[in-house]
Write a protein that binds this ligand. Structure first.
Ligand SMILES: Cc1ncc(COP(=O)(O)O)c(C=O)c1O
Length: 399
């Protein structure tokens, strides 16, 4: 198996700009050990058999409710990842709409979201037969809320804002979208999958960031992944509802089959107890101080990357990011050709289409890799300027 993996991208040295998230080795080991201590148990049985796992799950969710300033009566679910959390929020919003308007509108319902919202919404919309309406972004890459307003009609079941969005790492104006949600009576889901578990600590460290949590009256649900910047083992995400009744809407209940009532708040039935134990252990290991320290290091690292990248002739940062996600490109040369040069030098390049950019979603694996990265970026740009790489052959892909 090690031989199979011998040609993998060298992620341990920060060569992958996505997929893996690390704080430090100790945190990694704490999560891994807890995961394997509960490798065999099943979190589906957390209330009937594995009471320890049930308790850990509840305590992890309570941490999240606290972090996002949830009011009394709020509830959370522990899921397998951002896509599942988003799927459940969409289902709950659809069922809330049905409860209000009856089923007659089925087939013609829509979601209004920023152009930069994650493709997990496309997946959910496809499964639930919903139309997606994408609102344009301002030059700072945050959504134009007036454009969202114009896309709404009486069949809109959901508004979306990201904290931050994946392509640019910026937080949408959630306060303005929340006002729109209150005014229109439409459900607002905040996709904080990537940033949810770390941004509050950027803020506590004094970074001026927009609010995106339940303090904003229109926010009805929030997704936040533990397995990204919570530094917990995969698969682990959380979904929070302002009102427990909304969690009921996401609930799947089947009663007709021979084995009686089957009722889950998640899409998955069987769930890895290890992921719950790993998350509990990492949250307790890091605590507020640990996350604040990680946030401070991420912020400094991002500032250093931004400085170095902007110092390269012709290079432009497409948006000032709110966390450690950077997207950059150039008006004077082909960034795809630069990406080819980076690939030849052992880096996994991730590209965006709108605008053509190189994308980095960086955890602390990328802190020691900065000088190598910048040196190779400089060399790749120089190659392109000499005409060394011709037309780019790398496509913008994800996953
Ligand atoms: C903003 C955002 N939402 C949702 C997701 C989907 O998460 P997952 O890959 O855990 O399903 C991602 C993944 O990067 C993301 O960045």
């Amino acid at each position: 198996m090690q031989a199979f993996a011998s040609t993998d991208i060298d992620w341990r040295r920060g060569r992958a700009p996505l997929f893996v998230f690390l704080n430090d080795q100790e945190t990694h080991d704490v999560g891994r050990n807890a995961y394997f201590d509960f490798f065999t148990e099943n979190a589906l049985g957390g209330t009937r058999a594995f009471f320890g796992i049930g308790r850990m799950e509840k305590e992890v969710l309570d941490c999240g409710l606290d972090l996002f300033q949830a009011p009394d009566g709020a509830a959370g679910s522990f899921t397998s990842g951002g896509s599942e959390s988003i799927f459940l929020a969409v289902k709950a919003a659809r069922d809330a709409y049905r409860a209000r308007h009856g089923r007659r509108h089925d087939g013609g319902l829509n979601i209004v979201m920023p152009d930069s919202a994650h493709a997990a919404f496309d997946k959910s919309a496809d499964v639930m037969d919903l139309e997606l309406r994408r609102a344009p972004l301002y030059p700072d890459r945050r959504v134009d809320v007036q454009a969202m307003r114009k896309l709404i009609d009486d069949r809109t079941i959901l508004l979306v804002g990201s904290a931050p969005c994946y392509p640019h790492g910026v937080i949408d104006p959630i306060d303005a979208i929340a006002e729109l949600a209150v005014e229109s009576g439409i459900w607002l889901h905040v996709d904080a999958c990537v940033g949810g578990w770390i941004l509050p600590f950027f803020k506590k460290n004094g970074r001026p960031l927009r609010d995106f949590d339940f303090r904003l009256a229109g926010v009805r649900s929030i997704s936040a992944d533990l397995h990204k910047f919570g530094f917990c083992p995969k698969p682990a995400s959380t979904l929070f509802y302002r009102d427990r009744a909304d969690q009921e809407r996401a609930m799947f209940v089947a009663d007709a089959w021979p084995s009686g009532t089957f009722r889950t708040a998640t899409l998955a039935g069987t769930r890895p107890a290890g992921a719950v134990a790993g998350a509990w252990a990492v949250l307790h290991h890091l605590g507020e101080q640990g996350y604040r320290k990680a946030a401070a290091r991420l912020a400094d690292m991002t500032d250093a990357y931004l400085r170095d990248i902007e110092a390269i002739d012709g290079m432009r940062i497409w948006a000032r990011p709110d966390m450690s996600i950077i997207n950059f490109g150039s008006d004077s040369y082909d960034i795809g050709a630069v990406a080819k040069g980076m690939s030849d030098r052992g880096w996994l390049p991730t590209l965006t289409r709108r605008p053509p950019g190189l994308h980095l979603m960086m955890s602390l694996l990328h802190e020691p890799a900065r000088q190598d990265f910048v040196a190779d970026l400089r060399a790749s740009v120089a190659d392109v300027l000499r005409g060394g790489h011709g037309q780019s052959k790398i496509e913008a892909t994800y996953g």
